[in-house]
Ligand binder design. Structure first.
Ligand SMILES: Cc1cc2nc3c(=O)[nH]c(=O)nc-3n(C[C@H](O)[C@H](O)[C@H](O)COP(=O)(O)OP(=O)(O)OC[C@H]3O[C@@H](n4cnc5c(N)ncnc54)[C@H](O)[C@@H]3O)c2cc1C
Length: 437
């Protein structure tokens, strides 16, 4: 009997989880990446974002554990820090900190190279996985009405029954489709010209009275925000971000001065006397981009697009890796029902996964008047309501928990509008207005 071979282009988080889903349905799964994979915990060229702060949402952590049983425990043994997403974190919104009941949403704080390296270790240990490193993919091979393999930049061809494009937000994968004569997917782009500056500091267990993270989102007024997360190796990773402006300075005095200008003093107070332990990293992220593959009427058999190549989000919401893991769950379900009409079924289901994080990221970014993107009365109302919800969440666990369930992609966005939550939001705001008189 002929063996079935799948190729995954790109061995970053998207490619790794897609490959894991494929291993249950294909005899061989080959990961092709133009990088060489380093040891666990080391950075590599193809994932430059790994030097910046990374968060893994509770939904992503759960899905990784489902695909790679035991990985959470091994990450913790390697230094990753478990914590409750709400109880262990200072979420500072609308001039106050969310109240902090135990949410049961388990987060894991760690660096991107530790997480990605460990996922690679688990995946590459599977008997039907092969790896082609230092291989630049250049396009698809098309024969007998379907994609039949991958063309490498070297000119070589690797035959396959199925190819999944996880080469990131660069646009390579979208071009491969049009090179075959297929129509391009409609693209939505929401520009926010984000600047990211990251530094690592030494962490002591007594810092922040034992809290593990501070999240201080940018406001439309100041456009400056920051995140500070504990990570393995007794480190804090601190990212200061700006919308539509210049990056936070990378030199230490400038970095501290910028931290001082954020909407709350918590990050500045925590790092002003801390020992820096890394060189600064600076990057720009121009826009969230979503390719609407689910709307295409024509798509070649034997091929899928996956991960950031479908949708890459403003990174401050920490969604991309978790969305990729959830997409892998969807891919697995689609493959369980066979390969007939696979692209249409997968893109439709993946779009449902993407809708929530996309609406969170884009909706919130549209609070900034400079953000370009479709703005309608619905978005303005939601943003007005979310401001009220955050105020109520300073004191009331009901709206706080409702918000964090959605932000962790564990509940649909409309759950923050459940009458039980709306009632508490109204009550909380009446109380807030009364106290401020
Ligand atoms: C600054 C920043 C911060 C972020 N922070 C977070 C966070 O906190 N939490 C979170 O969940 N997500 C975060 N993300 C998003 C996250 O990195 C991605 O969503 C995640 O890596 C999934 O992307 P991917 O695997 O689809 O693509 P990528 O991660 O972009 O990987 C693409 C891979 O394809 C390979 N490749 C590219 N072209 C070719 C080719 N022609 N041939 C062969 N190989 C190729 C590359 O070497 C690379 O390995 C952040 C992103 C950025 C930019």
């Amino acid at each position: 009997m002929a063996t079935k071979h799948a190729i995954v282009v790109g061995g970053s988080m998207g490619g790794l989880v897609a490959a894991r889903a494929l291993t249950d349905y294909y005899d061989r799964v080959t990961i092709v990446d133009r990088d060489t994979f380093p040891a666990i915990g080391e950075h590599r060229k193809g994932v430059p974002q790994s030097r910046h702060t990374h968060g893994l949402l509770a939904s992503g952590r759960r899905m990784l554990e489902r695909f790679f049983p035991g990985i959470g425990a091994e990450l913790m043994a390697a230094g990753a820090i478990p914590g409750d997403v709400l109880a262990d974190t200072r979420w500072i919104f609308e001039g106050g900190t969310h109240c902090r009941p135990k949410s049961g949403f388990d987060g894991l704080l760690l660096s991107r190279p530790l997480l990605e390296g460990m996922v690679r270790k688990y995946l590459f240990a599977l008997p039907n996985v092969a790896v082609l490193e230092n291989c630049d993919a250049a396009g698809l091979v098309f024969a007998d009405g379907k994609v039949s393999g991958l063309r490498l930049a070297s000119g070589d061809v690797v035959a396959a029954d199925f190819v999944v494009g996880c080469a990131g937000r660069s646009g390579h994968v979208a071009n491969w489709l049009t090179e075959l004569g297929y129509p391009a997917a409609e693209v939505e782009r929401v520009e926010m010209a984000l600047g990211y500056t990251t530094r690592l500091f030494r962490r002591h267990a007594t810092d922040l009275n034992g809290d593990l993270a501070i999240i201080l989102p940018s406001t439309p007024e100041g456009k400056r925000g920051g995140v500070m997360l504990a990570q393995e190796g007794d480190r804090w990773t601190v990212t200061l971000m700006s919308y539509f402006g210049v990056n936070a300075p990378s030199d230490l005095p400038g970095f501290l001065e910028y931290a001082k200008s954020l909407p709350a003093p918590d990050i500045y107070e925590a790092i002003r006397n801390a020992e820096p332990v890394s060189d600064p990293q600076v990057t720009k992220f121009p826009a969230s981009v979503r390719h609407r593959y689910e709307k295409l009427k024509l798509f070649p058999e034997g091929f899928l697009v996956f991960g950031d190549a479908i949708c890459s989000f403003n990174p401050i919401y920490g969604q991309g890796m978790s969305v990729a893991a959830l997409e892998a769950g969807v891919l697995s379900e689609c493959l369980a029902a066979g390969t007939t009409n696979l692209a249409r079924r997968f893109f439709t289901a993946a779009a449902k996964v993407i809708d929530t994080p996309w609406s969170i990221a884009v909706g919130n970014d549209l609070r900034m008047p400079e953000t370009t993107g479709p703005r309608n009365a619905g978005v303005s109302f939601i943003n007005w309501y979310m401001g009220k919800l955050h105020k109520a969440a300073h004191h009331d666990p009901v709206p706080a928990l409702a918000f964090h369930a959605v932000a962790n992609l564990l509940a649909p966005p409309q759950s923050v509008m459940h009458p039980r939550v709306v009632w508490r939001v109204l009550l909380g705001n009446l109380w807030h207005d009364f106290l401020s008189k």
